[in-house]
Design a protein around this ligand. Sequence first.
Ligand code: SF4
Ligand code: SF4
Length: 391
Amino acid sequence: MPQVENPQLGRSHDYPYEPREEERDYHWGMVVNTNRCINCNTCSFACKSTWTSGKGEEYMWWMNVETEPYGGYPMGWDMRLLDDLDSGQTIYEAAESGEQVRGYIADKEEWEYPALGDDQVHGEYPTGEVVESDLDEGEYHDIWQFYLPRLCNHCKNPACLAACPRQAIYKREEDGIVLLDQERCRGYRRCVKGCPYHKPMYNPETGVSEKPVGCYPRIEEGFVPRCVSSCIGKTRLHGNINRGPDAPSPGGDAPGGRSPINYLVHSDEKVALPLYPQFGTRPQVFYMPPYHVPPEFLTQMFTPNTDEKRNDWPGDTYRESIEIVQERVRNPSHHVLGILQLFGATTKLIETYEVTDERVRGWDRNGEKVADLPFEEELEVREGEQWTNQP
Ligand code: SF4
Ligand code: SF4
């Protein structure tokens, strides 16, 4: 089998197709700040009402929000696959004879409870004394939970694509979005089995599979996906993950250089990490981890979680990487705080940006300014009578 480089793991590994010589100039990507998510599921319903409201799509939640550590749709999807992999193995290296990818098809019952585990916390509720946590001293509450929005990662080494014997799944040249050609699909469900994130789903009415489309018609028009524009908590920023520090200006008075999401993911001040990179698909949705959650859990969820640290993330171990990133998220620098202002600031796709002492600005792919915000909103106190609806 050919080998592909995987910088998230810091090594190469098997993949059924030859790697591309060059990275695309443009690649769909997203950063989600889990600390802002309130589990309102506006994103889930925005996606469902846009894309999966037809017959046979009743259980298809291309976008869903899980409460960690107990939620999961389908039930237990992550733990079950992790149990099947030997330490350090990707799903390609663990493939069974005659298959390209290690995976499983979830049972019908496992799809029936999209909200199972919602708001359930880890740990026992204390009785009596108040429990204090002191994050500066590395002391965490035993009681915790957090919300994890989940969607297709438009992976750079997609397992759905690798698993399809019909070559019905393809990665678009222009933006890396992974699409499924329903004309070619024969409903073998290899993608349903192969995607470790369980995002391709089978439609029993049509007899073919379907998968999330990255809101490509909106991307083509320069808008962000529906889950991003509808997000109540301003948890997300979408954009071009491949726009690095040397990229030219997109035009007009827009600066050259990185996209804001590239800064959050790939700069020396990394604050966002992929979900279960150990699967080996190079997912392109990145999460700013919750800073109140013990690092042991997050090490398993957001790092390759091997004894030997091979990638270029900060720290000597993956556990240290998590602790450093958690601290950066808890006490963001001025620059990161500036980028956080761009989350949910516009429905347009932000290609480049600028952070100054007072303001943060964003420009789209045509070099038009689409965001211009102060760090602090001005406070205006109205003159005159103070009134209230309270008696
Ligand atoms: S998350 Fe799953 S469906 Fe989406 S690109 Fe990756 S492997 Fe394919
Ligand atoms: S809309 Fe935003 S805040 Fe609400 S559940 Fe989705 S990601 Fe979380």
